[in-house]
Design a protein around this ligand. Structure first.
Ligand code: SF4
Length: 423
């Protein structure tokens, strides 16, 4: 059966190497399918190609054919550097493929320098070992561990797979909510079915929550916001946790008794993909916003915006009403993430369900390096709709920071947050 794990939840393995070193044929051999384009003409593939597969016992992975990053016509130009950087930012593990007939290793040395700078574990695969090695290759390989391949014939592929399994990081992702619940707990999910809901299916964070609850031997229940009072009344036992769509936060918070833990899909999603502490810290800058400030709304996927779209209509409206109007709000969907972040006062990011954790953390790091506060849809909505800090109560280390001292003069949340290494 076809695996449904989305790309953002897979270990990202970048296959790096010069044009025609054999990246595409290696991906075909590893995955057993001809997804990547293979040709003797250098530079046949120009954009990264993603191939999802299962690499048991590692689990779901995505192989990235890093095409175009050594395009000779672009030289060492800006575009090439940007392409490489873009791929490195989502790479959890790298395979560097080298040809036995190479005579120049500047490209490979630069890549290794980048892997080390970005903290990316990697292995070297020497391709075309059926051909004579150049003396330059022999010299370069001295003292380096590598695996020999003839990728077009599948030789050395099993050994390479085993080495990837042994060397790749095993914990590249965090749980969605399984660490918050116990077997037999009831978890109630509130999912509005409005115009924004896709026809005939649930959205990814809702599916993830359901799967995590089942995997934890707990009991999922699901209802729309209108049926919530009746669902709660019918339960003999209180739910251990209620998770709601952020858009109906105030209504759900009013219906769910205060002794029941409540949070949102978006907060759980960003906790899994990024650093929730930074998102909470970022939301506190909303009180300093003023007319004319630039706000960046970043969505990790592109979708057709609806009439009352959360990122394009509702959040801008709520933020504007907070400051008295006149905010300069720009929305960037999909893989676009602007480099001029320092022009903005605040970045508001979606739940990032389509990004891997590495990429989301990088986006947060870029905002902070530019001196810009960053927060998330769910955290922001809970703040604007007075469900803050209640929506953080399921995460005791973060919630404990929001006691009465937050309103005291001189309270420094940055200092307080620095005490918590990890959520
Ligand atoms: S906008 Fe963000 S949270 Fe929503 S579906 Fe796209 S990636 Fe996921």
């Amino acid at each position: 059966m076809k695996s449904r794990t989305i790309r953002g939840d897979r270990l990202h393995i970048g296959i790096f190497g010069k044009r025609n070193a054999g990246k595409s044929s290696l991906i075909n051999a590893l995955s057993g399918q001809s997804t990547a384009i293979v040709s003797d003409v250098p530079g046949t593939t120009t954009d990264p190609v993603f191939k999802s597969m299962e690499l048991s016992p590692l689990g779901p992975v995505v192989l990235i054919d890093t095409a175009g990053i050594d395009d000779a016509q672009e030289g060492l130009g800006k575009l090439r550097k940007e392409r490489t950087q873009n791929i490195l930012e989502k790479t959890d593990f790298a395979v560097l493929i080298v040809e036995s007939a190479s005579v120049d290793f500047d490209f490979e040395d630069k890549l290794i320098e980048n892997f080390e700078k970005e903290g990316i574990p990697y292995i070297i695969a020497l391709n075309k070992t059926d051909l004579k090695y150049t003396k330059e290759t022999e010299k370069w390989l001295k003292g380096k561990a590598f695996i020999g391949l003839v990728s077009t014939e599948g030789k050395g592929i099993s050994e390479l797979k085993n080495r990837i399994i042994q060397t790749a990081p095993t914990e590249w992702e965090r749980p969605f909510l399984s660490d918050l619940i116990h077997p037999q707990d009831i978890v109630l999910l509130v999912t509005p079915i409005d115009l924004g809901a896709p026809k005939g299916r649930l959205i990814m964070p809702q599916i993830k929550a359901l799967r995590d609850i089942l995997d934890s031997d707990a009991i999922p229940m699901m209802c729309k916001e209108r049926e919530l009072p009746s669902a709660l009344a019918k339960l003999r036992e209180k739910p251990a946790l209620v998770v709601t769509d952020s858009q109906v936060f105030p209504q759900v918070a009013a219906d769910v008794p205060s002794d029941i833990l409540l949070t949102s899909f978006s907060i759980l999603s960003i906790r899994q993909k990024g650093d929730l502490r930074q998102m909470v810290e970022g939301v506190l800058s909303v009180k300093n916003l003023k007319t004319g400030d630039k706000i960046l709304i970043a969505e990790a996927c592109s979708h057709h915006p609806l009439e009352d779209d959360i990122g394009r209509v509702k959040i801008p409206r709520w933020l504007n009403s907070q400051v008295g109007g006149g905010l300069d709000i720009k929305t960037f969907p999909g893989s676009e993430y602007p480099s001029n972040l320092e022009e903005y006062k605040l970045v508001v990011h979606c739940g990032a369900c389509t990004l891997n954790r590495k990429e989301m953390l990088k986006r947060q790091e870029k905002a902070l390096s530019a001196g810009v506060s960053i927060t998330n849809y769910g955290v922001l909505i809970s703040y604007l709709k007075s469900v803050f800090p209640r929506a953080l109560k399921p995460f005791p280390q973060i919630y404990s920071m929001f006691d009465k001292k937050t309103s005291s003069p001189g309270f420094d949340i940055r200092k307080k947050m620095a005490k918590f290494a990890e959520l």
